[in-house]
Design a protein around this ligand. Structure first.
Ligand code: ACM
Length: 537
């Protein structure tokens, strides 16, 4: 089997030729000026793994050339390996994806950060002609760096691994009850106080066990600018999430005037929290100021305001919330939830940005032009599509990669539904029976990686891979080219080795390694079918 038959995600069209092209230290690189970012990335990445200089050359003489073809879509490419490697792409993104495909065909060692073989030695690429383009424009991952902080270097590496899979959106969940991870100059206590907690629940919060260990960390604004630029060079948009009006206890611990009552500390427990923001002018002004700094760091068209899981209990007993609901003519305080998010969405609109929200906001009023991330199943997304909104599907029972990967007690901290590699591979962004002519646009889907039980980058790797490789194929490749057995063959024949070369500590297909287990740490298993049955009763 040739390396062209081991690509992940599988390309649209592969025509294999005979034999190989040898590349060596004399390999030269050319690119049209519009594609210089892809040339820079390829020279840097392939230069590191081979030890070659990859000197520039004219397109006619280069061993590898990147050429613009305006007839192609921006993310599409053609890659021909014959006497030379010739890449045509519709834009820089397409050229970048072609460069990723080339790297995959060069073998796992191409993903290392320094040469492991003799530097002068040759590398082989199979002679092949590939045509490729993505199925969806939004191929996302949500990473929760609030519950457990991911150090910047590990985050950059995670982005590199996303890029290798041609994923293109990183939704960064920066704030939650258990931590605030983004420096805000105007409000330094958000990170002085809000970026760490005394200790954490160990395993499911229901077990009532705490680890006694302080946890914390945050990104400076320059760290985040670096992350954004690093991601942009790899055609990944970073969407920051500042979650309101629930999931805000870390902010309230730092600035108690944001809350509805008693002082709180940064939350040490997992689970849904009744502590919410007071829906006051003070809170709105505070978050407008926060967002003013957020938009300066993140050029993304979308900024997420979260809006998930907001219990109304505190507002029900808050005179200020009651008065606000009455003033707005709302039947009860629960309407304050989407009203508050809507106010901040207007502020983002004033900055020329659109708002992304979790689907709960659609139970009330969605902001104009919102992007809806449908996590409570498909329903919120379908409703938003019917109402003309943009939607990204991320149903919990299909794409929550913190959920257990197999049944039984063998998974570390077994929480949530069983979501196997095959389940993920068989995911479709629209459920069976959905029509395909909604007024709204289905942009794609995203895998969500919550980190209550993933307390290190190693654990994030375990949860994410190789299931995220399956997500990438669902979102990039054509459904008719998808074949689970073929996917397994490509994983076992080459892709897992690529992940190893990148230092990714994935879950082996046969189950966790001994040191990936968490004996004695209590999980919380859920059964999707049983929950559906009891909801129907
Ligand atoms: C979520 O899982 N609370 C979006």
């Amino acid at each position: 089997m040739s390396a062209a038959d081991l690509l992940v995600p599988v390309p649209c069209l592969i025509e294999s030729g005979d034999g190989f092209l040898e590349l060596d230290s004399a390999t030269t690189l050319a690119a049209d000026p519009e594609l210089s970012s892809a040339r820079r990335w390829l020279a840097h990445t392939l230069g590191a793994s081979t030890g070659w200089d990859l000197f520039p050359a004219t397109a006619a003489h280069a061993r590898i050339s990147l050429r613009l073809d305006p007839e192609l879509e921006a993310e599409a490419y053609r890659l021909e390996v014959g006497a030379a490697v010739v890449i045509h792409s519709g834009g820089p993104a397409g050229a970048f994806y072609a460069a990723q495909t080339l790297l995959q065909m060069l073998g796992p060692a191409a993903f290392r950060q320094a040469p492991v073989a003799e530097v002068g030695g040759g590398w082989q690429v199979p002679k092949v002609s590939i045509q490729d383009q993505p199925r969806f424009g939004y191929r996302g991952v949500m990473l929760d760096v609030a519950r457990h902080f991911m150090p910047k270097d590990n985050l950059l590496r995670f982005i590199e691994v996303m890029a290798m899979h041609k994923l293109n959106v990183l939704h960064l969940h920066l704030t939650d009850d258990q931590g605030w991870r983004i420096q805000i100059n105007r409000y330094p206590r958000l990170t002085e106080t809000g970026a760490w907690r005394r200790e954490s629940s160990l395993g499911s919060w229901r077990a009532g066990i705490f680890d006694g260990l302080p946890h914390g960390g945050f990104y400076s604004q320059d760290d985040l600018r670096e992350v954004v630029a690093f991601a942009a060079e790899r055609h990944i948009t970073v969407i920051p999430e500042i979650d309101v009006p629930g999931h805000s206890q870390a902010a309230i611990a730092a600035y108690p005037e944001l809350g509805t009552g008693a002082d709180v500390e940064v939350w040490t427990r997992w689970g849904i929290n009744e502590t919410v923001l007071e829906v006051s002018d003070t809170s709105l002004e505070f978050y407008r100021n926060v967002l003013d700094e957020v938009v300066e760091i993140f050029p993304s068209r979308w900024i997420s305001l979260g809006g998930d899981e907001v219990p109304p209990a505190q507002w029900q007993s808050s005179a200020e919330a009651q008065a606000k609901a009455a003033e707005l003519g709302l039947p009860d305080v629960s309407g304050l939830h989407s009203w508050f998010v809507g106010q901040l969405a207007k502020h983002l609109d004033g900055h020329g940005r659109a708002t992304s929200v979790w689907d709960e906001i659609g139970d009330g009023e969605l902001p104009d032009g919102a992007l809806v991330a449908s996590w409570r199943g498909y329903e919120g997304g379908l409703k938003a599509l019917e109402s003309g909104y943009d939607v990204v599907m991320c149903p919990e029972h299909k794409l929550y990669l913190d959920h257990r990967q197999a049944d039984g007690d063998g998974e570390p901290v077994p929480v949530g539904f069983v979501i196997t590699l095959k389940d993920v591979y068989e995911f479709e962004p629209l459920p069976a029976g959905a029509h395909d002519a909604y007024p709204g646009r289905l942009l794609g889907a995203q895998a969500n990686i919550w980190t209550e039980h993933l307390d290190s980058p190693r654990r994030v790797h375990f949860a994410a891979f190789p299931r995220l490789s399956a997500v990438a194929e669902v979102l990039w490749s054509r459904p008719e080219d998808r074949d689970y057995d073929g996917f397994l063959t490509r994983l076992e024949g080459g892709h897992l080795e690529r992940l190893e070369a990148m230092g990714v500590e994935f879950r082996p297909l046969s189950g966790p390694k001994p040191w990936q287990l968490r004996p004695g740490v209590v999980g919380w298993k859920r059964d999707y079918d049983a929950e559906q049955r009891s909801a129907a009763e």
